[in-house]
Design a protein. Structure first.
Lengths: 62, 330
């Protein structure tokens, strides 16, 4: 919305009208991308066991 | 057993007895309160699965040279500033890539890799108590032997429930004072000593490791009480591994342990009357070899993790004098 200042509130890029629920298109897209990225970081993916890596001695101590 | 009050659960696994609000984890980062129930976030999800030699644990008096399937997860209940595995032990489980390995699949994996032993190691296995226990039960059921590599910081009751399935353990005694445990590890000494004695009493084969850190635990005031306790309480035949420190994690300001300190520690242990003393993580003459405590013959020669010669009889008897050495040899 032209003329309105954007600000970030907990990752959401909101316009001055945040309190009334108004979100700019750009802000919405940024928030969507941020949410997708955050979702991707929630849990590291499970890996598949393969014989070669199991047979290799661990670099960790113990 | 967790005690529930107003959505907060108290974990009973280790002496820290964390009181965990809903949605949070205990200090170990593993045990979480989900809807008022205590859950282990690493169950079935080890982040490290490897085949190591038994000597790497280190266990020198338990099936020398045998390959051992070794599992580790994220998390630890201590926070040693010198932790060498901090990338997994001090990490949140959800941040560490892990495998899907339910306990009932462990025996088949061990068999596929030619292993008759399974180790729970790399991080503290007792923070993933339920996973470790269920893997131990599955492995034992398939005729495999279980090994814990642990800091020994666990309460009596869960330990007693686990020990019937455990065959051997290497327990870290990180320093012989409460001050050291508080300042360096964020723990206390007494529970660790209790764990050593409980395991010994229950017939578990135990070896002890002491990482020697310059200026922090390398004085006689630390070595002597440790060795005296080992001699008088654990028994003079229980192997003691002095291990060399290298700078890492939050202790990069200290140098590697001088070899002289390790040799001095070994000498103090000999003077105290301990029979099997090893020096690890360092190239030290005889540091990895096993000697008969009766006649002094060199019965097992090692080069780091490799067995160069094993002259012991299958029952662990010295070929020279017949003395049966402490341990489980075949």
């Amino acid at each position: 919305m032209p003329g309105l200042r954007e600000e970030t509130v907990r990752g959401l890029v909101m316009t001055d009208g945040a309190a009334s629920g108004v979100v700019s298109r750009r802000g919405f897209l940024r928030s969507l991308i941020a949410a997708c990225l955050a979702g991707g970081r929630k849990r590291a993916p499970l890996r598949k066991l393969d014989d070669a890596s199991v047979r290799r001695m661990a670099t960790w101590v113990g | 057993m967790p005690v529930q009050e107003k959505g907060v659960v108290q974990c009973g696994i280790c002496p820290k007895r964390c009181r965990i609000p809903p949605g949070y984890s205990g200090e170990c980062r593993v045990r979480i309160n989900l809807d008022g129930k205590l859950r282990s976030s690493t169950y079935g999800h080890p982040c490290a699965v490897h085949v190591d030699p038994m000597e790497k644990k280190p266990l020198f008096h338990f099936f020398p040279g045998a390959p051992i399937l070794s599992l580790g997860t994220a998390g630890c209940n201590l926070h040693c500033k010198n932790c060498q595995n901090a990338d997994i032990s001090q990490a949140n489980p959800e941040d560490v890539p892990a495998y899907d390995l339910p306990p009932d699949q462990v025996p088949a994996l061990a068999a596929k890799q030619g292993c008759k032993h399974v180790a729970y190691t790399y991080n503290e296995p007792l923070v993933s108590y339920e996973y470790t226990r269920d893997c131990c039960i599955a492995a034992r059921g398939a005729g495999l032997r279980n090994v814990l590599v642990t800091n020994g910081y666990i309460n009596e009751k869960p330990l007693a429930a686990l020990l019937p399935y455990v065959d051997a353990a290497n327990i870290d005694i990180k320093g012989f004072s409460d001050d050291f445990y508080r300042e360096v590890c964020d723990g206390t000494l007494a529970p660790v000593l209790r764990t050593v004695l409980m395991m010994k009493e229950k017939g578990v084969h135990v070896e002890v490791t002491n990482l020697v850190i310059p200026t922090l635990n390398d004085a006689d005031a630390m070595f002597d009480p440790l060795c005296a306790w080992m001699r008088d309480q654990a028994g003079p035949e229980m192997p003691l591994h002095f291990s060399r420190f290298f700078p890492c994690f939050r202790m990069t300001h200290l140098p590697p342990t001088p070899i002289e300190s390790l040799l001095h520690a070994r000498e103090r242990a000999r003077l105290a009357g301990l029979k099997h003393i090893y020096v690890g993580n360092a190239e030290v003459p005889d540091g990895d070899d096993t000697f008969c405590p009766s006649c002094g013959a060199r019965v097992v020669e090692r080069q780091r993790y490799v067995i160069k010669a094993n002259r012991l009889k299958p029952d662990g008897a010295c070929p020279g004098c017949g003395k049966k050495l402490y341990g489980v040899w075949s």
